[in-house]
Design a protein around this ligand. Structure first.
Ligand SMILES: Cc1cc2nc3c(=O)[nH]c(=O)nc-3n(C[C@H](O)[C@H](O)[C@H](O)COP(=O)(O)OP(=O)(O)OC[C@H]3O[C@@H](n4cnc5c(N)ncnc54)[C@H](O)[C@@H]3O)c2cc1C
Length: 486
């Protein structure tokens, strides 16, 4: 282990008090620093609290067998500075954890220091500037709730408990983002405050630390600094939000893909279309194909008509013809967009961008042989040039005509059941490797599939990312991408 250099004998009383309050295990530690105004407590391996804290670090129960040396729970910026200083003194690598939704389990590493920032969750809305400044632990629900009090909106993820920090760092696919920001949601990041590896707190935006700002917008779960706050552009909420859903037998899939392909060039960015391959509720061995269209109209009085017209385009073109069930033109409330997931369940997700339509059929056929007792879905996002790269403005650089995502959820998380889930996941990964042209890195288990890290970036972005990392973190103080499946 390492020496705890910052434990100051004069702080022993404080430590005893913390233990008495049950705030720390008997072997917990306190980081004191001359430079800061407060002490910061931490938990280390072997402490009473360590196991609970470690296993709640990820938002799922199937967590990798990786064990950080130290876990810090930050509540203020000073905690972040103290923790980084301590890590440097003790030569520990550092990673931050916001809401722990990373598919790779990126905040959970072997050795080093994990800093939980989820308690730093203040949102400040600037109504005139139409911006929100969020601390690093703020979740989708936190921002949505605060912005809507001012009649403003943000293109959130579809899960209320996901934190904005990891979402933005990875690019961020959010509601209506093609229309609002012309690509991934990181385009709505205006500015951020970041503690660098040197310990300096800097503001990062289009005019200051420009390359670091570029990296923040899409580098994925391996940022080389500590984000202490982000300022985000807010938007008017859509004037209306409508959806149409059509269900078909599985063998209609090729025709559906062809239909959406033929219409994708004319697809309005306010409409998102998605084919989901789902279990047939009446026969587990079989699957059905569901097409869901969602339309977000511009604000203003003709909104309802506009949303209906956007959806009617597809109905008029014959999308509903072979559906065995349809639910058209359903008005929805914005608050219902987000769901919550069960952190006690096992989950796995994977994805691939591809221009090759045969990939859809290959992946869909896997659905016909999914193991029983698992909820396995395959979604095919069908926008033309789904979430395109926006050139030089950000590190995010994956795109493709089709975006295939698979989700596996299971409740019995014994090692045998986990292994079965990962076996199926490997078969999807094989399809991805055959047809893939890139991935959305935020939702890839890079411990299982480390080759996908490089594949998530263009050559230019990847090379530049390496240079910017070297410039800002030459000693590798911050953990890079997860590449181990321990
Ligand atoms: C149920 C579910 C639904 C999802 N839905 C969507 C969706 O609709 N759209 C979408 O785009 N994505 C979605 N995701 C993926 C999600 O965007 C990523 O998993 C994202 O990384 C989660 O962010 P987080 O803040 O929880 O990251 P964490 O898992 O907490 O951390 C991931 C990485 O972010 C970095 N990080 C976190 N905090 C800081 C900080 N303060 N400073 C520096 N670096 C930091 C670290 O490198 C860390 O390893 C979903 C995930 C789940 C589990």
């Amino acid at each position: 282990m390492f020496n705890i250099k910052f434990i100051n004998p004069s702080r022993r009383d404080l430590l005893k008090q913390l233990v008495a309050f049950g705030a720390m295990g008997a072997a917990g530690g306190v980081i004191t620093s001359q430079a800061q105004t407060r002490d910061t407590s931490f938990v280390q391996r072997g402490d009473e609290q360590y196991n609970a804290l470690r296993s709640s670090s990820l938002w799922r129960s199937n967590i990798p067998q990786r064990y950080p040396d130290i876990i810090v729970e930050a509540t203020e910026i000073d905690d972040l500075s103290n923790a980084l200083e301590f890590a440097k003194e003790n030569d520990l690598q550092v990673v931050c954890r916001a809401s722990g939704h990373s598919t790779a389990g990126a905040p959970l590493r072997n050795g080093g220091m994990m800093i939980h920032v989820n308690r730093m969750n203040k949102v400040t809305i600037n109504e005139n500037a139409r911006t929100a400044t969020v601390e690093p632990g703020v979740t989708m629900a936190g921002l949505f709730g605060a912005a809507s009090q001012y009649g403003l909106d943000f293109p959130t993820a579809d899960c209320s408990s996901v934190a904005l920090t990891g979402f933005i760092l990875g690019g961020g696919f959010g509601r209506n983002c093609m229309h609002l920001v012309g690509g991934p949601v990181c385009n709505a990041l205006l500015s951020a405050d970041v503690i660098l590896a040197t310990g300096e707190l800097v503001t990062v935006n289009e005019n200051s630390h420009v390359d670091l700002f570029w990296a923040m917008r899409g580098c994925g779960p391996a940022f080389f600094g500590i984000v202490t706050s982000m300022t985000l552009q807010l938007f008017d909420p859509p004037g209306a939000y409508f959806a149409s859903t059509y269900r078909y037998s599985f063998d209609e899939l090729p025709a559906l893909v062809e239909f959406l392909d033929n219409h994708s060039a004319r697809q309005d960015p306010r409409v998102s279309s998605r084919i989901s391959i789902q279990p047939n509720p009446n026969n587990h061995a079989d699957s059905i194909a569901q097409v869901r269209l969602t339309a977000f109209a511009d604000p203003g009085p003709p909104a309802e008509n506009q949303a209906l017209e956007l959806l009617a385009y597809y109905a008029d073109a014959g999308l509903s013809e072979n559906a065995f069930e349809k639910n058209e033109f359903e008005e929805l409330q914005l608050g219902t967009y987000m769901m919550t997931t069960d952190p006690a369940a096992g989950t796995h997700t994977d994805n691939v961008f591809t221009d090759d339509t045969s990939s859809i059929l290959a992946a869909s056929h896997l659905m016909q042989s999914r193991p029983e007792g698992f909820s396995i879905h395959l979604d095919i996002g069908h926008n033309h040039q789904y979430y395109p790269s926006t050139g030089d403005n950000n590190a995010y650089s994956a795109a493709g005509r089709h975006f295939l995502t698979t989700y596996i959820d299971w409740t019995d998380t014994t090692p045998e059941r986990n292994a079965l889930a990962y076996e199926w996941a490997d078969r999807f990964a094989e399809v991805a490797s055959q047809y893939g042209e890139g991935n959305y890195l935020n939702q890839v288990d890079t411990g299982l599939y480390p080759e996908r890290i490089r594949q998530s970036f263009s050559t230019e972005s990847w090379e530049k990312l390496g240079q910017v990392r070297q410039q800002y973190d030459p000693d590798n103080r911050f953990f890079s991408y997860v590449k181990e499946n321990a």
